[in-house]
Design a protein. Structure first.
Length: 79
C-alpha cells in the first residue's frame, strides 16, 4: 500500500504526478520512517487541503480588491 498526494493530472498523455512530500510532517521523514508518514497521511493531507483553500481565498480577496480599485479608477476617469 502506498499513500501519496496527486499533484497533477495530464489527461491527454494519460499521466498523473504523485508526491509524498506534502504528507511528511518534517522534510525527510519518508526516508527516516515511512510508516510514520503513512500513519499520519490523512491528517497531513487534510492540513494541506485546508492551507490550499485558505491561500485560494486570500488570492481571491486580493483579486477582488484590485478589481475594486480599477473600478474606482475607471469611475474617476469618467468624471
Amino acid at each position: 500500500e502506498v499513500k501519496c498526494m496527486v499533484i497533477s493530472v495530464d489527461k491527454e498523455k494519460g499521466r498523473i504526478s504523485l508526491s509524498t512530500k506534502t504528507l511528511e510532517p518534517e522534510p525527510g521523514d519518508m526516508l527516516k520512517d515511512a510508516r510514520k508518514v503513512f500513519d499520519s497521511a490523512e491528517e497531513m493531507a487534510a492540513r494541506y487541503h485546508k492551507r490550499l483553500e485558505e491561500e485560494r481565498k486570500a488570492a481571491a480577496e486580493v483579486a477582488d480588491d484590485i478589481v475594486s480599485s480599477l473600478d474606482i479608477a475607471a469611475l474617476d476617469d469618467l468624471e
